[in-house]
Design a protein around this ligand. Structure first.
Ligand code: SF4
Ligand code: SF4
Length: 169
């Protein structure tokens, strides 16, 4: 069950790689077409996904993602966060006169939930919104980032506990 972003106390990604073994990331049509030549995509009932091969994403190398940021699916960049068009008040995020409803997937072992509803991960959610709107080149806080971002990620690990955000469906 997804959790509204205002109930997330902190989150960080330590590249455990579990989400890439369990989830089949949803793709946009554009992402599907870009990755179709790899043979690792599939279409089911009008929706597009990355395939699993041998119980994991075929782009996973060790625990990390081998895809460049430019072709990595948005849903992967945003995990464990998700941006929806409708939702509850505690999921509402207002940005530049627009409303987004942001949730997080507690499947990630590094997501901390709290009882109260005071925003703790505002910057991360804002970053997710920017990515969702196609205004972010890449995200230091992305889940299971490629190796070239690992050192940067380590540098920002303290910040990540306070920041962070989502994925749209
Ligand atoms: S997002 Fe969570 S589950 Fe996925 S690699 Fe990072 S820590 Fe692991
Ligand atoms: S982050 Fe990379 S390795 Fe993980 S599911 Fe997405 S494409 Fe596959």
């Amino acid at each position: 069950m997804l959790v509204p972003w205002k109930r997330v106390a902190s989150w960080h990604c330590n590249a455990c790689g579990v989400c890439c073994r369990v989830y089949k990331p949803k793709l946009t049509l554009y992402e599907y077409l870009k990755l179709r030549t790899t043979g690792f995509v599939e279409e089911k009932a009008g929706k597009f996904y990355l395939k699993k091969v041998g119980g994991r994403c075929p782009f996973q190398r060790g625990n990390l993602c081998s895809l460049q940021q430019t072709i990595k699916p948005l849903s992967c960049k945003l995990f464990p966060f998700v941006i929806l068009k409708k939702g509850s008040d505690d999921a509402l995020f207002e940005f530049e006169d627009r409303e987004y409803f942001v949730y997080a997937d507690p499947f990630c072992p590094n997501l901390r939930i709290k009882r109260d509803c005071t925003p703790s991960v505002y910057s991360a959610v804002k970053e997710a919104i920017m990515l969702f709107e196609g205004r972010g080149e890449f995200k230091l806080l992305t889940s299971n980032q490629p190796k070239e971002l690992q050192s940067l990620n380590n540098t920002f690990s303290i910040v990540r506990g306070r920041n962070k955000i989502c994925n749209l469906s």
